[in-house]
Design a binder for this molecule. Structure first.
Ligand SMILES: NC(=O)c1ccc[n+]([C@@H]2O[C@H](COP(=O)([O-])OP(=O)(O)OC[C@H]3O[C@@H](n4cnc5c(N)ncnc54)[C@H](OP(=O)(O)O)[C@@H]3O)[C@@H](O)[C@H]2O)c1
Length: 308
């Protein structure tokens, strides 16, 4: 099969388009003929070596945690799927392997794709959907809450906007000014363009802030929360927890592979209640260029997808 592989951490140039033996479905696994894989911030940070303190990646490595396609073989003891089923999968954090024409994954990390979604759309929902779902649960968002979502035009932020709107919250989102209409279209009630306005001057008394940026954005977010408010953050730039000083709860959304969370997002999208966000598609062979674009912040409005 064709795959992307790297043997050492470094710039996107370490990624090679190579021929590898097809994987085999082990016990409890399914073998999937991959049609699409997501390019995520985690993928390039891992490749660049920025996460070396947290993960020792076995080398050589085929990147990619989100993938999807058709089940072509079922391993011993696996019984949930049959050949021909269309599935979205979460590859293991160490195994990776999504940037390839075939992947073998534990069936407990796969869900069926609803008929109303394309494979590209479903895969775009995988890690972003999981992250957004877990973050919303951590924040205990309820109808009527005033919620600020940072990075509302991104893959995770856009889903947070949609989920919070769906739950009946009053949603404000930050994004670059050119994405204003796009984010309003996702269900935000108000948009604050980060390239034109300081959200911390424009907002107050929020019940919830979702911080997907860390650093200065995190620090300024305390000012817009009411006392007793909830600040939920995802891993990005380092943060300084000032919850006690401002009288707010600060919680990290602990994003871990959770089939029920992924299934819940698939069900919502399958029913048309949330919209998968696809920024664009590129061939698998151009994965290195896809990483370069993502690293320089050129990808917006959802996931950039590799197609096989
Ligand atoms: N396990 C975890 O904790 C976990 C899981 C998933 C994601 N994350 C992190 O969450 C972050 C977002 O992930 P993603 O997949 O959604 O990334 P993404 O699709 O690349 O989106 C990033 C977004 O950040 C926005 N942005 C840049 N500067 C901003 C600013 N100053 N204020 C507000 N928004 C700004 C951009 O908005 P415009 O396009 O409008 O310029 C862009 O859409 C990443 O740092 C990722 O590592 C963590």
């Amino acid at each position: 099969m064709k795959a992307i592989q790297y043997e050492e951490h470094g710039t996107a140039d370490v990624m090679r388009y190579v021929d590898l033996p097809d994987p085999v479905a082990g016990p409890g696994q399914i073998l999937v003929k991959v049609e699409a894989a997501s390019v995520t911030p985690f993928d390039w940070k891992l490749r660049a070596g920025h996460l070396r303190n947290h993960f020792t990646l076995p080398m050589p490595s085929v990147p990619g945690r989100d993938a999807g396609g058709i089940v072509v073989a079922v391993g011993e003891g696996a019984g949930e799927f049959r050949t021909g089923d269309r599935v979205a999968v979460m590859a293991g954090v160490f195994a990776q392997g999504g940037y390839a024409e075939m992947i073998a994954v534990d069936e407990k990390h796969a869900v069926r794709i609803p008929d109303s979604l394309s494979t590209v759309e479903a895969v775009a929902l995988a890690n972003a959907g999981l992250s957004a779902w877990i973050a919303v649960l951590a924040a205990e968002v309820k109808s009527g809450d005033r919620v600020l979502v940072h990075a509302g035009a991104g893959a995770v932020g856009g889903l947070l906007v949609q989920l919070c709107h769906h739950l009946g919250a009053e949603v404000t989102a930050t994004c670059r000014s050119t994405n204003r209409d796009y984010v309003l279209g996702l269900g935000a009630d108000r948009v604050i363009p980060y390239d034109r306005e300081d959200f911390s001057e424009a907002l107050k008394d929020q019940d919830v802030v979702f911080d997907l940026m860390g650093g200065k954005v995190h620090d300024r977010s305390y000012r817009v929360l009411k006392k007793g408010g909830r600040l939920v953050w995802l891993v990005a730039d380092p943060i300084d927890d000032r919850g006690a000083e401002f009288g707010v709860t600060v919680t990290r959304a602990m994003v871990a592979d959770d089939k029920s969370a992924l299934q819940a997002m698939m069900d919502l999208a399958g029913a048309g209640l949330i919209r998968p966000q696809v920024a664009g598609t590129m061939p698998l062979s151009e994965a290195a260029e896809a990483h370069r674009l993502m690293e320089k912040g050129a990808i917006s409005r959802g996931r950039l997808m590799l197609v096989m």
